[in-house]
Design a protein around this ligand. Structure first.
Ligand code: ATP
Ligand code: MG
Length: 256
């Protein structure tokens, strides 16, 4: 079975794209065939992989709105074994353009079917909202990863996220399950972060990954070079953390 995993949290700037991109890359280095789908109109994942958003021939927008077969949008990324379905700002229009579309929650799921067999893992980078794009991601996935930033308002909005997941599970996709929750931009020296960790563990129990992602400037620099951390500075703290997270993700998903 192909693991189709959405990285989701409607809160902005919590590390969704950084996590999706770096997980995809490290899983690719473990000789898995990986597809990264950029479902965020901001296209940070697309440019983070060195793809020029201004010169994309076909994008996730064409797949979502114009019925383009996803195989015609997919290109190779800068990372080994990782293909990407890139996006650009056009996708922002999809939220409105899809309002009256037939089975509009299932568009991505149906599109992925065409190429699913070619990949071991498909990672979907979600936008910071619970709109129709994220609903499409949830409907298409059989697993979710929730990044949570180790900061004061970390848990805010999580109830709404869990409710949305539960509704999608009931009405559209019985297969979705949270694979894990990852603490990002984590600073173990501060008491606040330790408190957040405790709260997140109380809430999610053993769903919380053992690996925490530290705040590390190399992770923030890598995308401006069009590279994932594995190809930019694998020995950085951030690089080692994402490699360790990738191992945990593979372990948690290998028998599915
Ligand atoms: N562990 C980290 N250490 C340092 N900087 C980080 C780390 N993780 C993410 N960043 C930086 O923080 C910012 C937000 O991260 P990212 O884009 O991954 O979040 P996001 O959840 O995808 O945001 P959005 O909701 O806008 O899509 C980016 O500038 C990124 O480079
Ligand atoms: Mg993002």
């Amino acid at each position: 079975m192909t693991n189709i995993i959405s990285i989701v949290n409607q809160k902005g700037g919590v590390g969704k794209t950084t996590t999706t991109l770096n997980l995809a890359t490290y899983v690719g280095k473990k000789r898995k065939k990986v597809l990264f789908i950029d479902l965020d109109p901001q296209g940070n994942g697309t440019s983070g992989f060195g793809v020029d958003k201004g010169h994309i021939e076909n994008s996730t927008y064409d797949v979502m709105v114009n019925d383009l077969p996803i195989s015609e949008a997919i290109i190779e990324s800068s990372a080994k074994n990782v293909d990407i379905c890139p996006t650009n700002i056009n996708l922002a229009g999809a939220e409105i353009e899809l309002v009256s579309a037939m089975s509009r929650e299932q568009i991505l799921k149906n599109a992925i079917k065409e190429v699913e067999d070619q990949y071991d893992y498909i990672f979907i980078d979600c936008p910071p909202s619970l709109g129709i794009l994220t609903i499409n991601a949830l409907t298409a996935s059989n697993g979710l990863i929730v990044p949570i930033q180790g900061e004061y308002y970390a848990l805010e909005g999580l109830t709404q996220l869990i409710e949305t997941i539960n509704i999608v599970r009931k009405k559209l996709n019985p297969d979705i399950d949270i694979i894990g929750v990852v603490l990002t931009m984590f600073d173990r020296r501060t008491q606040l972060t330790r408190q957040v960790k405790e709260e997140v563990e109380n809430y999610f129990g053993d769903k919380v990954f053992k690996t925490q992602i530290p705040r590390n400037v190399r992770l923030a620099e890598a995308p401006s070079h069009g590279l994932a951390i594995a190809d930019y500075d694998p020995n950085s703290k951030g690089g080692r953390a994402y490699e360790s997270l990738a191992k945990e993700v593979i372990n948690r998903t290998k028998n599915r």
